[in-house]
Write a protein that binds this ligand. Structure first.
Ligand code: SF4
Length: 494
């Protein structure tokens, strides 16, 4: 992964830093009252300004005391901001026609009526009890469809992808929605966005710098950010207001974490328990400051100083990380602060709020349940995980199968499966794309299936269709049938 470029409006990497912002925040806090917000805003403003200049736009410089949370709230009063779906029936109908939501008639819908199991010739499929589109993703796609209908004559843009699913994004492109995609360096060019046009923010949110830029440009903002993600933003904002550094369990290059970091004051992003241990060791014993700064160069706020900024910390997370690991990191941080400062000071030194998304948690729990009995006659022989290759929550579903030594195949669409050659191209949890020939064995097989929170049921149905065709060349497809289990009932079951 390349280091984030200083010109990116979405990122405020510490590698671009020159000032001692974090220390300044600490010193500002000592003056009494609410701690000063760190000068990340200045760097962010400079980045926004650079992009604005490239777009030949004059506005965009933010004051040093820019309040991200208040700014986002203020968007409500502009008359150019929508953050709730309108539940337009025609848009919902179109989503169903496009296969970008829950299945109501296909194989997945029919499996829900049959205890999440299906037998097709030699193949037994066991579907995870929680899988596929989560509430927040469905809501985001619905809002995008509603926006397309609500602004028929206007140019529509999306900052990056609406969700991490290639099929859904393709559908929106076909509906003449322009995607403002990030370059490999994370840079985004907003020059195509003009005053009066409509810009959709994705389910995983957008950085406050992007929101500010778009607001200044007087576009209509359709903010589909999932409320669970907003909850994390509130958590890091609270931590910042109390002068705590936010330790964010996430991937520094992931859009959601970039957005969350933009709402934080001082922050440090740890990607796993190993990195968290490194930080905790530093808190307890000190360490090599230069090594620390090099290790987290892309994953910390501007001016971060481990000697100063780890004395009061708060825990936050990318909502799609492995739940067990997030909890373990939270406990580790708490234990560390307890050991260093003692019980009397713990509440002043450590903040935590439960921001693990239920949908992510349920999907992970369901895979644990599905894969728990792999060594018994009722167990599964392999897992198929369906979801976008850049979907974090899907990668964690794949990870569970791999951890349990179950052959596990992550595909982003049915196109990865070659029926004639019995071959699959699939991704491993750590990112490698591999090809497996002679994929499905002769004879009976039991396959566990799940899908990421950005994956419509149709993608799973298409994958299983190819599986059935490999095992039985005469397979003629599953006849659609209206089912009694509605998507609402399915969500309630979760
Ligand atoms: S996975 Fe959770 S946080 Fe992400 S969009 Fe779905 S409900 Fe929201």
């Amino acid at each position: 992964m390349q280091q984030a470029a200083c010109s990116s409006v979405a990122r405020a990497p510490a590698g671009c830093a020159s000032s001692s912002g974090a220390s300044a925040r600490r010193h500002g806090a000592a003056a009494g009252g609410r701690p000063q917000r760190r000068p990340l805003r200045v760097a962010a403003a400079a980045e926004a300004k650079e992009v604005l200049e490239r777009a030949a736009d004059r506005s965009g410089v933010q004051p040093a005391d820019f309040d991200a949370r208040a700014f986002r709230r203020s968007l409500n009063s502009t008359g150019r901001y929508t953050r709730k779906p309108s539940n337009d029936p025609e848009s919902l109908q179109l989503m169903e026609e496009h296969g970008v939501g829950y299945s109501t008639t296909g194989l997945v819908a029919q499996m829900r009526e049959q205890d999440f199991t299906w037998k097709q010739g030699d193949v037994t499929v066991k579907l995870a009890e929680a899988y596929g589109f989560c509430w927040g993703v469905e809501r985001a796609v619905q809002m995008a469809y509603e926006a397309r209908k609500a602004y028929p004559g206007k140019r529509l843009h999306i900052t990056n992808e609406i969700i991490h699913n290639p099929g859904v994004n393709q559908r929106l492109k076909e509906m003449d929605v322009n995607f403002i995609e990030a370059s490999e360096e994370g840079d985004k060019d907003f020059s195509a966005v003009k005053e009066g046009e409509v810009v959709i923010l994705p389910a995983f949110g957008a950085s406050v710098q992007e929101m500010k830029l778009l607001s200044d440009r007087k576009v209509q903002i359709v903010d589909t950010t999932c409320p669970w993600v907003s909850k994390v933003w509130n958590a890091v904002d609270n931590q910042s207001r109390k002068g705590h550094t936010s330790i964010i369990h996430g991937k520094w290059a992931h859009e959601e974490t970039i957005a969350t970091a933009s709402f934080a004051g001082t922050y440090l992003i740890v990607k796993d328990l190993k990195e968290a241990h490194y930080v905790c060791d530093y808190i307890l014993q000190g360490g090599n400051r230069e090594e620390f700064l090099a290790k987290f160069q892309n994953a910390m706020s501007e001016g971060f100083d481990p000697e100063v900024d780890l004395d009061r910390i708060g825990m936050a997370n990318q909502t799609t990380m492995l739940k067990g690991e997030t909890e373990a990191i939270g406990k580790l941080l708490e234990r560390t602060m307890l050991q260093k400062y003692g019980p009397a000071e713990l509440s002043q030194r450590f903040m935590v709020m439960d921001t693990i998304c239920d949908a992510t948690q349920y999907r992970q729990d369901a895979v644990y349940k599905l894969t728990g009995a792999q060594n018994t006659p009722e167990g599964i022989d392999m897992m198929i995980v369906v979801g976008g290759f850049n979907s974090s929550n899907t990668s964690h579903l794949q990870e569970i199968g791999e951890m349990k030594d179950i052959p596990s195949f992550w595909v982003d669409s049915a196109a990865r499966i070659d029926v004639d050659a019995n071959k699959v191209t699939h991704k491993l949890a750590h990112g490698e794309l591999v090809e497996t020939a002679s994929w499905l064995p002769e004879g009976p097989i039991t396959i566990g299936v799940t899908s990421g929170a950005s994956t419509p049921d149709k993608a799973v149905e298409d994958v299983l269709d190819r599986v059935f065709r490999i095992k039985d060349p005469a397979f003629a497809g599953i006849a659609p049938r209206k089912t009694s289990v509605t998507k609402e009932a399915h969500e309630e079951e979760e």
